[in-house]
Write a protein that binds this ligand. Structure first.
Ligand code: PNS
Length: 161
């Protein structure tokens, strides 16, 4: 039977760390659905549509990866799309506490979906969307941290050459 995995997140914007995890997941599971949360508490820099465009461009060559958005509980969405796995990345021990809490709560909410933690390449272990946005806003170089298209959009936003 086909194993579908959902990789949920804010992706505001997608970084090379996210992309590394998507590639690793795509090699493990039959189908990977990258899902952007719509009803978040966070105030995003990019609209869901913009984030979707950037992600679609980034995963263009990965045939078993698709991008979508969702509202409401992740476990309900996972069930709707037939995903039995939730993929989450852990960069450092500091991520673990929050991720553990979410994974155990999701398990409590539904026993039909299993959370799988994956490690990105070490070279991305310090990378986050939040830091990338801050560096771009303050005029620093974000080359190598995000896909080229994302770099262009972020630099355009802050009028960086
Ligand atoms: O990239 P993020 O912001 O760390 O992703 C967090 C996300 C989207 C995975 C999480 O907020 C989520 O799953 N939200 C959906 C609502 C939900 O199911 N909440 C209960 C989680 S235990």
């Amino acid at each position: 039977m086909e194993t579908r995995a959902v990789y949920p997140g804010s992706f505001d914007p997608v970084t090379n760390g996210h992309l590394d995890l998507i590639q690793r997941s795509a090699a493990l599971f039959d189908k990977v659905i990258v899902a952007i949360l719509r009803n978040t508490d966070k105030i995003p820099l990019f609209t869901v549509e913009e984030r979707m465009e950037m992600l679609n461009e980034a995963v263009r060559d990965l045939k078993n990866v698709s991008v979508t958005s969702f509202e409401g509980l992740l476990v309900d969405f996972a069930q709707q799309i037939g995903a039995s796995v939730i993929v989450r990345g852990i960069r450092a021990i500091s991520d673990y506490e929050y991720e553990l809490q979410m994974a155990l709560m999701n398990r409590r909410l539904s026993n039909k979906v299993e959370t799988v933690f994956m490690l990105p390449a070490e070279s991305y272990s310090f990378l986050s969307s939040k830091l990338v946005k801050e560096i771009a806003r303050l005029g620093g170089s974000i080359r190598g941290f995000v896909p080229a298209d994302v770099e262009k959009r972020l630099c355009g936003m802050y009028r960086i050459e």
